[in-house]
Design a binder for this molecule. Structure first.
Ligand code: 5RP
Length: 220
C-alpha cells in the first residue's frame, strides 16, 4: 500500500461541505487532491485554493472549484506534504519548489494538516537540504550570505538549467546536516536581502498524519 496515499486519504476526511480548502503540492498532496476530486464528483461542495500551478492543473482535471488567493480572507483547512517533520511538528518544505505559496496559504489556514510517509519523520531537521527561495537579482551574493550561516549551498537546477519557481524566483538548497535551532535559523535566513522565504515551517502544523506501507497511520 502507498504510505503517502494512506496519509492523504485520511486527511481528506476532515473536509466538509462549505469549506475553503488549501491544496498542497507534491506526490503526497497529489493523492489528497485526487481524493477531494472524487468527493466533489460525489457531491462535496467546497472551494479550493492551490499552492502551485501543478496542483491547480490537477485540481482542474478533477473539476475541483478553484478560487484565487485574492478572493480569500481565510482558509478552513489546508492539506499539504512535507520533506521532514520533527518531534515538535516543525517542518522542512519546498522539495517541490512551492514553499512560498505553501507558506502564504498555510499562514491564513485555520487548520494545516501535514501528510507524510514514515520516512519523513525525523528527530532533528536538516538532513534534507533546506530550500530557500531567492530573487534572481544578485543571487550569487545572497548565496554567499547564506553560507555564512554554516551551510553548503546548491542552486537548484532542472534539466541543466536554473530551476524557476511559479513566482519567477530561484531555489537554493542549503545543506546544514542538522538544524538545532529551527526558529532562529528561519529568522536569520529571512533577514538576508534577496531571500524571499525559506522552507522552515515553525509551529504551523495543527496535525501531522503519518502513513505506513502496511496501510496503518498515526495522527499526531
Ligand atoms: C513542495 C513541498 C512538498 O510538500 C514536499 O516536497 C513533499 O513532497 P512529496 O509529497 O512529493 O514527498 O513542500 O514544495
Amino acid at each position: 500500500m502507498d504510505a503517502k496515499r494512506v496519509a492523504a486519504e485520511k486527511a481528506v476526511e476532515f473536509i466538509h461541505d462549505g469549506m475553503v480548502v488549501g491544496l498542497g503540492t507534491g506526490s503526497t498532496a497529489y493523492w489528497a487532491i485526487r481524493k477531494i476530486g472524487e468527493a466533489v464528483r460525489n457531491g462535496l461542495r467546497i472551494q479550493a485554493v492551490s499552492t502551485s500551478i501543478d496542483s491547480e492543473k490537477l485540481a482542474e482535471e478533477w473539476m475541483i472549484p478553484l478560487i484565487s488567493m485574492s478572493e480569500v480572507e481565510e482558509i478552513d483547512i489546508t492539506i499539504d506534504g512535507a520533506d521532514e517533520v520533527d518531534d515538535e511538528g516543525n517542518l522542512i518544505k519546498g522539495g517541490g519548489g512551492a514553499l512560498l505559496r505553501e507558506k502564504i496559504v498555510a499562514s491564513v489556514s485555520k487548520k494545516l494538516i501535514i501528510i507524510v510517509d514514515e520516512s519523513k519523520k525525523v528527530n532533528h531537521l536538516g538532513k534534507f537540504p533546506l530550500p530557500v527561495e531567492v530573487v534572481p537579482f544578485g543571487h550569487e551574493i545572497t548565496l554567499r550570505k547564506l553560507r555564512t550561516l554554516g551551510c553548503e549551498t546548491k542552486l537548484r537546477l532542472q534539466e541543466g538549467s536554473t530551476f524557476v519557481t511559479d513566482n519567477g524566483n530561484y531555489i537554493v538548497d542549503c545543506i546544514f546536516h542538522r538544524i538545532s535551532r529551527p526558529k532562529e535559523l528561519h529568522d536569520a535566513i529571512n533577514m538576508i536581502p534577496g531571500v524571499v522565504d525559506n522552507g522552515l515551517f515553525i509551529e504551523m502544523a495543527d496535525k501531522v498524519i503519518i502513513g505506513y506501507s502496511d496501510g496503518s497511520m498515526k495522527v499526531i
